[in-house]
Design a protein around this ligand. Structure first.
Ligand SMILES: NC(=O)c1ccc[n+]([C@@H]2O[C@H](COP(=O)([O-])OP(=O)(O)OC[C@H]3O[C@@H](n4cnc5c(N)ncnc54)[C@H](O)[C@@H]3O)[C@@H](O)[C@H]2O)c1
Length: 142
């Protein structure tokens, strides 16, 4: 399959890319390297240093079977310090990813929700309905 991974230079994106390449898939990777490292990106990924905010990446989604969306600002302290940029990347950037996928005819977009929505939970084990976000990050990354 042709698979797009956003945030391919980050922790989850780079590890998933390695696995998908090993399984014989074609992997297109997008990352602006704001947090991730180029050296994390496995050999074989077709890498594009791009921001998820904006139309520049849209053509890469054409003919793609699935998108894994992991590009995000997700350091809780950084998100708290700059809520405007956090929302711009995590909310508006995600809309760009969905729109690129829609225009590219992609049938599946997979997204990693954060367990931080339960950061204020008082019941253990925590029921899924017991959402208790306390910082700015989980409000924007879920
Ligand atoms: N790591 C975890 O345990 C965990 C658990 C649950 C959910 N998640 C979620 O999964 C996603 C990925 O997590 P991670 O741990 O791999 O994070 P990470 O910080 O390692 O990777 C995120 C990548 O996104 C890139 N990025 C940031 N802003 C960008 C932009 N505007 N355009 C393009 N690229 C951009 C960064 O450079 C980085 O390489 C996040 O949404 C995170 O909240 C992570």
């Amino acid at each position: 399959m042709k698979i797009v991974i956003t945030g391919v230079a980050g922790f989850i994106g780079a590890n998933l890319a390695e696995r998908l390449l090993r399984d014989g898939h074609r992997v297109i990777g997008i990352d602006n390297l704001a947090y991730g490292l180029r050296s994390n990106i496995p050999e074989g990924v077709e890498f594009h240093q791009l921001d998820i905010r904006g139309k520049e990446m849209y053509p890469l989604f054409a003919g793609t079977d699935a998108v894994f969306h992991f590009a995000a600002k997700n350091c809780i302290a950084d998100c708290q310090a700059d809520p405007v940029e956090t929302a711009d990347i995590n909310v508006r950037g995600t809309v760009d990813v969905f729109e690129a996928a829609r225009l590219g005819g992609v049938r599946k977009v997979i997204y990693a929700e954060s367990s931080a929505i339960y950061e204020g939970a008082k019941t253990y084990p925590t029921p899924e309905t017991d959402e208790a976000p306390e910082s700015f990050y989980p409000y924007n990354d879920t």
